[in-house]
Design a protein around this ligand. Structure first.
Ligand code: SF4
Length: 707
């Protein structure tokens, strides 16, 4: 299925406000890492669910797509055409092969390769200029001349046959006077005419008001009286106008004679003018034809020489040239569709102005394609605006309609589509006159009114009663089918995702931990966090209730994200390489020694625990060999129950003390483990052992090194 939205390594960080003094003292700014590098792809026509507890970054993702949150880094590619995707995929594949070879180039070779790429770009620009500019300039002028000649020839025919619009326009005033005289007789004076039109307009308005008052059940007396009054006046005025007046007939024949004379004079003048113009244009066309012939020959020669130069440069380009060139193309293609790149384009004042215009124009186009349904129907509607004005707002802001009657038709259709029927009855109401479900329907209509392709539904049913929830969900699915919509559905309720999602991404603390086919994720979860979420989904099956996984502790502070796997402090299946810090291991050891005192004699001999580098601890003991054996035994026995202890990979005696080496924290990458399932956990890594070995670093004996 075609991809509609692709997110690559998206980050949204919010700076934590520090005091003025701290800023002056140069203290480091801290960030809330709401999104910390997520990648996903939403296919056209699917429901993609983002699931996770509050604060995991679901809503931030939705808002970043709509640019309601400013992305810090990454890419959001929207609606990339298939041929550009194919090119991007080819480029990525080639770059995977070539890029390591570019990295291995010496700095001198790198500089040389980059100079060649610049040279190539210049030559290509010249070719593009030849192709799109100079070569076709003459052709464009030629085309224009030919077209003008055709128009003038048509005009000559029209003039000869008396059908020419210009002549009609030139004599139009006289023509109008004649028409009016024919219709109304001597009373055709412009003032009378104006009065008639004004009366007709006012009568129409009074009829419309009367109709509105009848529909909405308001008082109709005032408008009925006014309509009758206008009708009587109109009748009187029309009665006074009569075309059968002898004075009118004389005036009519005089005007017609004048009209004929004027038409003849104008026609003769125009004909001579058109003939002169035609002659000039025919001469220009001949000159341009000759110019084109000469230019085509010269351009072809220039093309050939440029292409020869490019081929020469490429053949002497060496290993890095293709990679650097492809890299440039990749940036160019993805930049065209990247919502983040639009903002992070070139610098400088002019760059900023240009960037702002680009942003405004593109965002207007994008907002017609991407819309949001908010969570809270009580907060998201302006209580001072009528439903008509609320739904009309995006239409007007995005310049979708040009007249009020057009807007009324579109709004009526949107309200009826979301089940608010008859639409006229709801248009004049205010949000406080509607129930929660009806308000959410208005929210959906506001999103739909601009006819979008992609909708970010931010927990659209979480604030509604259970009975209304089902109705709104059914409505969303029905609209998806009828309007061919794609949803990014944000929810904290895995049970709900289970029902509606085609694909699911589970998020934890700004990262995706598991993603893929909806039924597969629900029925066969691999990540411990997904397992915990699924275990607490209410179920009529009592067995399932018994196996609830209750996560320990609180969600960590997003300003201070744990090293390694960010879920490790709460993970019931954590292992040694999951990211235990030396502080966590020290706390665990202190707890262990306190518990063992009384039952394990060696626990009594254990002294102070101090840090020895980032991933090592140092322990003092009165009996080092005994303490070493005691520690090894306890770690082996308790490693599965206390994973912080499993992160101790080496225990050895050193200078009358015991040195503990810890695993270096390694963050699990989101890896594909099946056709459409990605998981970020060391447990699904077939090379877990290799990872732990690779992550480990030699223990540095700082005391020995100091000597
Ligand atoms: S990597 Fe897997 S096992 Fe380790 S803490 Fe994270 S989720 Fe748990």
């Amino acid at each position: 299925m075609e991809r509609l939205l692709t997110i690559r390594d998206l980050k949204v960080w919010f700076p934590v406000r520090s005091g003025f003094l701290s800023g002056l003292m140069g203290k480091e700014t801290k960030y809330v890492r709401a999104l910390d590098g997520i990648s996903l792809a939403v296919r056209r026509g699917e429901v993609f669910c983002l699931v996770g507890e509050s604060g995991c970054g679901k809503t931030t993702t939705g808002k970043a797509i709509l640019r309601l949150n400013e992305p810090t880094d990454g890419q959001i590619l929207f609606d990339v055409p298939e041929h550009d995707w194919k090119r991007l995929e080819y480029i990525h594949e080639r770059l995977r092969e070539l890029w390591p070879r570019v990295r291995s180039l010496s700095p001198v070779d790198q500089v040389e390769a980059e100079a060649r790429v610049r040279e190539l770009a210049k030559l290509k620009k010249k070719i593009d200029a030849l192709r799109g500019g100079r070569a076709t300039l003459v052709e464009r002028r030629l085309e224009r001349a030919t077209r003008s000649i055709e128009i003038l020839e048509d005009r000559m025919e029209g003039l000869a046959a008396g059908k020419d619009a210009t002549i009609k326009r030139l004599v139009s005033r006289l023509r109008r006077d004649i028409d009016l005289l024919r219709e109304f007789g001597p009373a055709f004076r412009p003032r009378t005419q104006k009065r008639l039109h004004r009366l007709e307009r006012e009568h129409k308005e009074a009829r419309y008001r009367l109709h509105r008052a009848e529909v909405t059940g308001m008082r109709t007396g005032k408008w009925a009286r006014r309509a009758r009054r206008f009708e009587a006046r109109l009748e009187g005025l029309r009665g006074r106008m009569s075309p059968n007046d002898p004075e009118a007939r004389a005036l009519l024949s005089q005007l017609e004679a004048e009209l004929e004379a004027r038409r003849r004079r104008f026609t003769d003048l125009e004909l001579s003018h058109v003939r002169g113009e035609l002659e000039g244009l025919r001469a220009t066309r001949e000159a341009l034809e000759a110019q084109r012939k000469a230019r085509v020959e010269a351009t072809q020669e220039e093309f050939r020489s440029l292409e020869r130069a490019i081929a020469d440069l490429r053949s002497a380009g060496g290993v890095g040239l293709e990679a650097l060139e492809l890299h440039g193309q990749e940036k160019e293609i993805s930049g065209r569709y990247d919502l983040v790149a639009w903002w992070h384009a070139s610098g400088g004042l002019r760059g900023w102005v240009k960037r702002f215009r680009l942003y405004r124009d593109r965002m207007r186009k994008l907002r017609k394609k991407v819309q949001i349904i908010y969570q809270d129907p009580y907060e998201s509607l302006n209580p001072k605006m009528s439903i008509f004005d609320i739904v009309a707002e995006p239409l007007i802001a995005n310049k979708v309609v040009s007249t009020m009657s057009e807007a009324e038709a579109v709004i009526k259709r949107a309200l009826e589509d979301v089940g608010l029927r008859p639409a006229e009855e709801y248009m004049l109401r205010f949000p406080h006159e509607l129930s929660g479900g009806q308000r959410q329907r208005v929210g959906i209509a506001t999103a739909l009114v601009v006819d979008p392709d992609f909708i970010v539904a931010d927990e659209p049913v979480s604030m509604l009663d259970a009975s209304v929830r089902t109705e709104i969900l059914a409505l969303l699915l029905d609209l998806k089918k009828r309007r061919n919509l794609t949803y990014l559905f944000i929810t904290h309720d895995l049970g709900l995702a289970w029902i509606i999602a085609d694909r699911i991404a589970v998020m934890y603390l700004g990262k995706i931990v598991e993603m893929g086919d909806g039924p597969e994720i629900i029925q066969n979860p691999r990540h411990p966090y997904t397992k915990a979420l699924i275990s607490v989904v209410p179920s009529p099956n009592t067995d399932v209730q018994k196996n609830k996984i209750i996560l320990r502790g609180e969600r960590p502070n997003p300003v201070d994200i744990p090293a390694g796997c960010r879920f490790h402090p709460r993970c019931p299946l954590a292992v040694g390489v999951c990211g235990w810090s030396s502080d966590e291991v020290r706390d665990e050891l202190t707890k262990l020694f306190a518990e063992d005192r009384g039952s394990q004699p060696m626990a009594e001999t254990m002294g102070e625990i101090t840090e020895d580098g980032p991933f090592a601890l140092r322990l003092s003991s009165s009996d080092v060999p005994g303490a070493k054996a005691y520690l090894r035994g306890r770690i082996e026995a308790l490693a599965s129950a206390r994973p912080a202890l499993a992160s101790i990979r080496k225990v050895r005696a050193n200078g009358g003390q015991i040195l503990l080496g810890l695993h270096v924290p390694a963050e699990p990458a989101l890896r594909r483990i099946r056709e459409d399932v990605w998981v970020a956990c060391h447990l699904v890594d077939p090379e877990l052992a290799a990872v732990s070995e690779a992550a480990a670093e030699p223990i540095v004996d700082s005391a020995a090194a100091a000597k």
